[in-house]
Design a protein around this ligand. Structure first.
Ligand SMILES: Cc1cc2nc3c(=O)[nH]c(=O)nc-3n(C[C@H](O)[C@H](O)[C@H](O)COP(=O)(O)O)c2cc1C
Length: 174
């Protein structure tokens, strides 16, 4: 069985949930390891046959740990099948939900030297009750500006799980 590493950067756990779904699908034919980047930033990726990185957006950016991890592991990433996916709520909009049209992913790819062989973008989740006052206020404002939901008592999941499943099948066969 191929050894597949799925390593993720998350703040509120939704990217992990997406990775768990990918893991369950890719487990068909792969020995999948699921790792939080924050917990094992220096993990050695050499023993893995293929690597998938997933990361969420917060205030317009992926976390610094993602840039650092990629810079540290660029040669190893390039020498095996690989993929990257981004999670953000702008991707809830059909015209911004592909690697070619999602502004965060496009910007991110310009900033890194690694060129992932496979890309995906998934719409994330808004969990107003979980956020502190500042974040809730900011996200509500952004949602109001972009015609999204603003009810502070609501949790809204925009993720298209069938798209996640499709990507899971793809990484299973890298
Ligand atoms: C404080 C905060 C800031 C965010 N900023 C953005 C943003 O600038 N653009 C965007 O599309 N989504 C933004 N989001 C939405 C997140 O990308 C979304 O909630 C995602 O599901 C988070 O994934 P995670 O739980 O793995 O961190 C933000 C969410 C929070 C809580």
């Amino acid at each position: 069985m191929a050894k597949l590493l799925i390593i993720y950067s998350t703040t509120d756990g939704h990217t992990r949930s997406i990775c768990e779904r990918l893991q369950s699908i890719a487990a068909d034919g792969n020995d999948v390891s699921l790792v939080a980047m924050a917990e094992q930033p220096d993990i050695d990726i050499a023993p893995f046959d293929k690597v998938v990185i997933g990361a969420s957006i917060r205030y317009g950016k992926h976390q610094q740990e993602v840039f650092d991890f990629i810079a540290r592991n660029q040669a190893e990433l390039e020498s095996r099948p690989n993929a990257f996916f981004s999670v953000n709520v702008v991707a809830r909009k059909p015209e911004k939900n592909t690697p070619e049209t999602n502004p965060y992913l496009k910007k991110f790819l310009k900033k890194i030297a690694w060129e992932p062989q496979n890309l995906a973008v998934f719409a994330g989740k808004i969990d107003y009750p979980r956020y502190d006052f500042m974040d809730r206020t900011m996200i509500r404002f952004i949602m109001w500006m972009t015609k999204g939901p603003t009810d502070p008592t609501q949790t809204i999941e925009f993720t298209d799980w069938s798209k996640v499943d499709e990507f899971g099948k793809k990484i299973a066969q890298l």
